[in-house]
Design a protein around this ligand. Structure first.
Ligand code: GLU
Length: 349
């Protein structure tokens, strides 16, 4: 009898402990200004990716109040050096942490220059509805009013919040939550640089709590068909910038090098100079998928508008800017080379 009572007491204690256990959040550090060090607290000259994960965590002693925190360093780079290989490694590691090691959420610290691209890549390749939040900073770690610690604290607050579950990958900057598809870096140096385009921010953090304003309606994460788990590299896709009197040399170079796809950052609604257009038509005929996007910061690139996509088998990027269209095209090309199916992916994701 005594034994049964002891067992019951132990079971009660363990359930009680697990009921009140803090969420387990893993921080994966990749570098960026949040890990940057400046020559002086007032200088704009600094190097990104200098400080390690442990220092980032120690800079925010309030983190353990929110979660059971641990961290790891994946790379320590300025995000201008982010590449497909690191993305594959990062997606694989996050899937392991959430699906095999039972973490409740992941925060990725990242440079702001290409944060929107990494967020969108993860939005299409993470296989979980648990929160994945990217955070960075615009001021180096030793600057006056460094914004990194507050952004990291807020990102962890988002990662533990049930409100941030099932909504896809989010960026957490300047007290705001931005969804991976919409988020764009709009200012080269201001702390208030990230915006959510026409749909605006998806939520905000106040007093250490996430408040959601809307949910994204595109497919993402646990509903995405893209699986990079067995891949060592991604299809090669380049971006060609549009401008008046544009040279056709860059698009020819990509085509001659045998790239799998080319995204045109066209003018206006995804138009491009006649010389570039001629090369694009030939490239498409030779099996290189052309996606039309726009250098305009906002607004869609519409299907069959001034350019007859149907006739040339081009794909219109719709709401995706060129750098995100590149990511979706790379992933689409891992599954199909049919331009109609690729256009469907651009409608869904
Ligand atoms: N170029 C650096 C990077 O993207 C600095 C930008 C930043 O982190 O704010 O990592």
């Amino acid at each position: 009898m005594k034994r049964i009572i002891c067992l019951l007491a132990a079971a009660f204690l363990l359930t009680g402990i697990s009921l009140y256990a803090k969420p387990r959040i893993r921080i994966i550090a990749t570098g960026g200004t949040i890990a940057g060090v400046s020559t002086s607290p007032v200088s704009t000259a600094y190097s990104a990716g200098q400080v390690g994960i442990q220092s980032l965590i120690e800079a925010v002693p309030q983190l353990p109040l929110l979660a059971d925190i641990s961290g790891e360093q994946l790379v320590n780079i300025g995000s201008q050096d982010m590449n497909d290989a690191v993305w594959l490694k990062l997606a694989g590691r996050i899937n392991e942490l959430l699906n095999e090691e039972d973490y409740d959420g992941v925060v990725v610290t990242h440079g702001t220059d290409t944060m929107e691209e990494t967020a969108y890549f993860l939005n299409l390749t993470v296989k979980s509805d648990k929160p994945v939040i990217l955070a960075g900073s615009m001021r180096p770690s030793n600057a006056i009013s460094a914004d990194g610690p507050a952004n990291l604290y807020n990102a962890v607050a988002a990662a533990v919040s049930p409100a941030c579950r099932g909504v896809g990958v989010l960026c957490c900057m300047n007290n705001q939550l931005l969804d991976a598809k919409a988020v764009i870096k709009t200012h080269t140096i201001d702390c208030d640089t990230f915006e959510g385009g026409p749909s605006g921010i998806i939520g905000y953090i106040y007093n250490g709590e996430a408040h959601m304003l809307q949910t994204p309606n595109n497919r993402h994460t646990f509903r995405s068909v893209f699986d990079v788990s067995g891949l060592e590299k991604l299809p090669e896709v380049g971006i060609v910038y549009g401008y008046a009197n544009a040279s056709a040399l860059p698009i020819k170079a990509f085509a001659d090098a045998g790239f799998d796809g080319i995204v045109l950052a066209g003018v206006g609604d995804g138009n491009f100079y006649k010389d570039v257009f001629d090369v694009a038509v030939k490239a498409q005929e030779n099996g290189i998928q052309i996606v039309r996007s726009s250098r305009c910061p906002t607004g869609p690139t519409c299907l069959n508008s001034e350019v007859d996509d149907e006739k040339y088998h081009f794909v219109a990027s719709l709401d995706l800017n060129p750098q995100k269209a590149r990511i979706l095209l790379m992933l689409a090309l891992t599954r199909t080379h049919d331009w109609r199916e690729i256009q469907e992916y651009f409608k869904e994701y």
